[in-house]
Design a protein around this ligand. Sequence first.
Ligand code: EPU
Length: 338
Amino acid sequence: MIIYEQTQLNTYNTFGVAGTAKQLIIIESATDVPELLDRTNPDIANFFVLGCGSNVLFVDNFDGRLLHIKIPGITIIEDSKDDVVLNVGAGVLWNDLVNYCVDQNWYGIENLALIPGTVGAAPVQNIGAYGTELSDVFTSLEAWDLSAGKSENFDKKQSRFEYRSSIFKSHNKHLITSINIRLSKHHSLNTSYGAIETVLAEKGIMNPTLADVRDSVVTIRQSKLPDPNKIGNAGSFFKNPILETRFSEELRKKHPKLPFYPAEDGKVKISAAWLIDQCGWKGKRIGNCGVYEKHALILVNYGGATGRDIYNLSKNIQSSVLDKFCVEILPEVNIIKG
Ligand code: EPU
């Protein structure tokens, strides 16, 4: 464990906004956590658990303890002719895990290629893309409950996964140290979602391999999502709203082009990107921040924007969507104030 006082935040968030954290604590192993709890006698309101900062917006300076998780390791804990169960340290980069598994010919997370962030952050918001979610391969995880000061195991049911949410997102008191996932050794690919089939066809690939699907997802993501190393961003800033069927039907009558998808309990998920786009925000720049020109769900820092600038922009977008469509869009990104 390494502890730094008054640390600059700009390299700890992919928006690249400046600011300071009162304390930054690097957690390098699961055994650091009980030591930390002994040493700090914690007030959990003061903690924030951070992977690599790819899904946070620091609005102000952070007046607490930032726990940056760097726990490494990928270990096989079950191996059969059909599948493999891996235990993965929370600090492993998600995309490194995807590439490792594709190289081993293990199926299940190839559609989640190039998602920024760490393995420990993946269950918090149940990361998903191109018809796959973490919950599809997840079996369990180890986490410290920082308020109770004890380590716990959560299986899939206890993790209460939903669209971009889980018990870890709603409670915000767990420090995940490792997760277990089950991957298949049998050829099973999901290419039906989004543009994957189109990209495979463009590349002339009829019978795709695991690596072909991973590469297609990378091509699609690179064509419409900005690289955080070049333009500060945190991926989708808002969640797609999930509406009651009746309201969604009324809305779709008025706006027949509104993209929609079936969601749980007969509800309907609609596209936040489309709503924002229709309000004229796509490509709009306000000072040093704006809405990405190729995807309306992504807010970007062109350089020098403050967390407050981006936050204010997000509030203005929310209000105009509410005014035009009577739909509330909520952030997917964790907004950290104070
Ligand atoms: N659209 C617009 N304007 C735009 C962008 C999109 O009208 O500027 C329309 C598209 O035409 C499409 C619909 O919106 O019909 C949906 O767009 P897209 O397929 O890009 O998906 P999304 O719902 O906007 C979600 C995830 C992404 C994930 C993609 C692909 C959320 C909040 N976002 O975006 O995840 O990569 O699907 O599966 O669920 C992330 O979480 O950071 C992220 C990038």
